[in-house]
Write a protein that binds this ligand. Structure first.
Ligand code: SF4
Length: 523
């Protein structure tokens, strides 16, 4: 019998450790820990299984019986669950998950997250028991680096960090660069408001990221690698550190990996939490010990990256997709999703929606399905007003565009973008000018200040938004915002500046009447 307790950040914050201790105490009390196999109960810490709003979530696994999940578990209710469910076989209906819990998973296809919430993230043997490190074994035994790249190209995998660039093609640039020493970097600097996909993957299953990096390192020819993770993710950092140490001890990292001459040394670099360090060249500068500021491109990192050596950067979710592709084949992977956006995408669903949490859906489902079928709709019987996709670089889609399919190209055509996967839902009580101001306040603060259009332009836009929200908007302000936005997008050096005006532009496009109403109601 196994009891799985959510020990992701939300689980820990809700008292997961105390719940685990309570189960252990009850098991001891009832003699359920010991030599008699049939009566042996184990409490296992797992990562996030998705519906964070219901933590602490606990799954009870009794051989031959269906798994039962309990929501909002506290140490006080643990004795009842043990006595009724584990000892007498009676599910405690009062606390067992109801239909709306299972509805949350109906449309989802949890492939990348399959083991998140199932394996113990601090136990490499549990990962191996779930098929972990089989993909890198297959790659090293049966495939040349070129074949791995071809397989990834064939799968159609596109970078999950935001840009959506084809992953296999990106690898060919770094592989083709001259030099013995090449670097592979995992971008775990997730910093968008409302985004927690990468953190949850690392916290829940750090070995899948390491395995994905091993596959990429072999394909590209990298001997050294870094996981760049923001220090504001202490649980993720603790688990990555532990995973790196044990993976090296067990021969999955270092020299002569799995008895071959493949060599890959992987290190952790803690970032200070600057949003701009999600940009490749700023991230590289930060690893080098410099201030995290973007550098002009070319030269591109694939040619001259970390310490001047060819480097390849992918994000956490991209790496976590790779073992799946190798284990199941490119054709299987390419059968999921749409023509140009293959596989699944992980989103962090938050805001005015009933079921908030971490979700994974096949590309091509609509934004409406995400909010209503997965998220359960809007609380308090209110109407939906908009959905912000892609974080502060993305855009706000109005209700009329909720049937837009979620794929890279359709979202851009609608004025939003996939981004890294933050989805914030807004209801009829939200003021869209305020929403735009919120996102611009964030990007303005996070602007590194290197180039004038972004440094001064976003500040000027923010000043205008603040005066509009304060009831002091002027005639011509909307047009001024639009014109400034286009200049900033065109002239900024990096992606932060080039996309910072997006929330303002999409809210003006779809909610212009709210801007006009603010200005008309000027004090
Ligand atoms: Fe820095 Fe903004 Fe320029 Fe990027 S666009 S380099 S964040 S000032």
């Amino acid at each position: 019998i196994e009891v799985h307790v959510c020990m992701g950040t939300a689980g820990v914050a809700s008292g997961g450790a105390e719940v685990m201790a309570a189960f252990e105490e009850e098991f001891k009390k009832h003699g359920l820990i010991g030599e008699v196999k049939e009566r042996n109960c184990k409490v296992k810490a797992t990562g996030c299984r998705g519906l964070c709003a219901r933590d602490v979530l606990v799954d009870i696994h009794i051989p031959g019986q269906e798994e039962v999940t309990y929501e909002h578990v506290t140490p006080e209710i643990v004795p009842t669950i043990v006595e009724e469910h584990i000892l007498k076989g009676e599910v405690v209906k009062k606390w067992a998950a109801k239909k709306d819990y299972y509805d949350f998973y109906k449309l989802q296809k949890r492939y990348v997250l399959a083991d998140c919430g199932k394996v113990d993230p601090e136990d490499i043997d549990d990962y191996i028991a779930h098929g972990g490190y089989e993909a890198i074994k297959k790659v090293l035994k049966e495939m040349t680096p070129e074949e791995v790249i071809e397989e990834v190209k064939k799968s159609g995998l596109r970078g999950r960090g935001g840009g959506g660039f084809p992953t296999g093609l990106k690898w060919t640039f770094c592989r083709a660069s001259k030099g013995d020493l090449k670097y592979l970097i995992c971008n775990a600097d997730e910093g968008d408001p409302g985004a927690f996909m990468d953190r949850s993957i690392i916290e829940g299953n750090p070995h899948v990221v390491i395995e994905g990096m091993l596959i990429a390192a072999y394909a590209i020819g990298c001997k050294e690698g870094y996981i760049y993770c923001r220090a504001e993710y202490p649980l993720a950092i603790k688990r990555v550190k532990k995973a790196l140490k044990i993976a090296e001890e067990r021969g999955f990292l270092g020299k002569n990996i799995l008895g071959t001459d493949f060599e890959f040394h992987l290190h952790l670099k803690e970032g200070a939490g600057a949003f701009v360090c999600g940009e490749e060249t700023a991230l590289i500068a930060s690893i080098e010990g410099e201030r995290g500021m973007p550098r002009p491109r070319p030269p591109f990192p694939a040619v001259k990256g970390l310490w001047g050596k060819p480097s390849n950067v992918n994000n956490v979710e991209t790496f976590a997709n790779l073992p799946l592709i190798i284990n199941n084949g490119a054709d299987w992977y390419a059968s999921i999703g749409t023509e140009k956006s293959k596989g699944t995408k992980i989103f962090a669903l938050s805001g005015k929606v009933k079921s908030t949490g971490l979700i994974e859906v096949p590309m091509g489902v609509t934004v409406r399905q995400l909010v209503f079928d997965v998220g359960g709709g809007i609380p308090k019987k209110r109407k939906i007003k908009a959905v912000q996709l892609g974080g502060p670089s993305g855009g706000c889609l109005p209700e009329s565009l909720l049937d837009t399919p979620i794929d890279y190209d359709s979202l851009i055509a609608a004025g939003a973008m996939m981004g890294s996967g933050g989805v914030v839902v807004m209801d009829e009580t939200n003021c869209m000018v305020n929403v735009a101001k919120f996102f611009l306040t964030f990007t303005q603060r996070e602007s590194c200040g290197k180039c004038i259009p972004c440094r001064i332009g976003t500040k000027t836009m923010l000043d205008i938004l603040e005066r509009i929200c304060a009831g002091e908007g002027r005639e011509g302000d909307i047009e001024l915002l639009e014109s400034l936005a286009m200049d900033i997008k065109t002239a900024s050096l990096c992606g932060l500046g080039q996309t910072a005006p997006n929330p303002v532009l999409t809210t003006i496009k779809y909610f212009r009447h709210e801007y006009e109403a603010h200005i008309k109601d000027r004090k």
